[in-house]
Design a protein around this ligand. Structure first.
Ligand code: MG
Length: 386
């Protein structure tokens, strides 16, 4: 396992941030921004040490921000540049000799564990790694308040932090930084030395608190609580003569078919209804009326994909689904893994979040007499409040 150290740069004076306190000490949901960032870094990579770089003339909130992190604080004189701050941090890593260093800005409290894992993976093959995001707005130059040329945005990327570096390769670069060196970030230092830089996909949530309104946005994000919703679905289709039986997204040579307007996949219908149920958005018949000829003979994965897309458009995420098929035949067990794999694929879930089970009704009732197949399902979804 690679040894990873983290450096958290919290020595900025917040020149663009109104008010009399540097932004890293502003309050965000009962903690300072610095403390929140620190806690999130630790949660994302629990087995790493985080070194925090602060001004020697630090704010009185410094102590509360670093409570429990004593001994991991590096103080630098006020007024030094960002790269000089990181240089001071790098100098303290000599005993630890980490393989990789991740350097993060304290003003970006919402770090992404996935981005950090991607950076570490990228450092296996590159000297440095940076999270980047595309530029979605049109970009133009401005000179003396006159709008100028278009800048092709497809060639532009926004840089985020944490930025990852291979310690041994960058150590001499920081050691030889002159006092007036002022690179914009750590990737610029690596780039200047001709090192290979890998890019990973950044995360919009990891925005930088720069202006007072950014702090309001951060507070809103913190307050955007989620809730878990569970929906249930039930469906029945009549057995009829035929040779194509669709069940939970796969075709089975059962010697009979199910009757229905669509391909009559009773399992996927129950599952789609469970998802609509968790969303409280009606049922499959509301979204795909059986009177509409467009859905005649439709493949049922269309319904399930629609239900999944509704989850995504609500800002939710599917957590788990569970289907029970109720029939005497066919035997479900030989097909269970293929069913789970297909549903996982359709929903974008890992297979361990997809359950398919089967039962009989002891030859009782319509399923017992082999007149039809029933299915019931539950879906668990995490949804944003409001
Ligand atoms: Mg149905």
């Amino acid at each position: 396992m690679a040894i990873i150290a983290q450096i958290l740069v919290a020595a900025g004076s917040g020149a663009r941030f109104e008010g009399d306190i540097p932004k890293q000490y502003a309050e965000l949901g009962g903690k300072t921004v610095l403390r929140r960032t620190l806690d999130n870094l630790r949660a994302a990579l629990p087995d790493t040490r985080v070194f925090v770089i602060v001004h020697a003339d630090g704010d009185h909130r410094l102590a509360e921000s670093l409570n429990g992190f004593e001994g991991m604080t590096i103080t630098v004189p006020g007024g030094v540049t960002r790269c000089q701050s990181v240089r001071a941090g790098m100098a303290t890593l000599e005993d630890l000799e980490p393989d990789y260093v991740l350097i993060h800005d304290a003003a970006r409290p919402f770090v992404s564990a996935k981005v950090m894992a991607d950076l570490v993976a990228m450092l296996e093959t590159h000297s440095a790694a940076v999270p980047v995001l595309p530029v979605v707005d049109a970009v133009k130059t401005v000179q003396d308040d006159i709008l100028g040329e278009d800048v092709p945005r497809s060639s532009l990327r926004r840089m985020q932090t944490p930025q990852g570096l291979r310690y041994k390769e960058v150590k001499p670069l920081y050691q030889s930084l002159t006092k007036d060196a002022d690179f914009a970030d750590d990737i610029a230092i690596a780039q200047n030395a001709g090192l290979t830089i890998g890019m990973v996909k950044g995360d919009e949530r990891t925005f930088k608190i720069t202006w007072p309104e950014d702090l309001e946005k951060a507070a809103r994000m913190l307050n955007s609580e989620t809730y878990m919703a569970t929906g249930s679905g039930f469906d029945v289709h009549r057995i009829e003569k035929g040779d194509s039986l669709w069940l939970c997204g796969i075709e089975i040579a059962a010697g009979f078919s199910l009757q229905g307007h669509s391909d009559a996949d009773v399992g996927l219908h129950a599952l789609a209804d469970a998802i609509y149920g968790a969303l409280a958005e009606g049922d499959i018949g509301d979204h795909f009326p059986p009177t509409d000829d467009r859905w005649k003979g439709a493949e049922s994965h269309v319904f399930l994909s629609h239900a999944k897309d509704r989850v995504l458009s609500r800002g939710g995420s599917l957590q788990h689904v569970d289907i029970t098929l109720i029939c005497e035949k066919p035997k479900v067990k030989p097909h269970r893994d293929a069913m789970r794999a297909r549903i996982a694929e359709l929903l974008g879930l890992t297979v361990n979040r997809v359950s398919v089970k089967a039962t009989t009704t002891e030859k009782l009732g319509f399923t017992g007499r082999g007149e039809g197949i029933a299915a019931q399902a539950t879906a668990t979804i995490e949804l944003p409040d409001g």
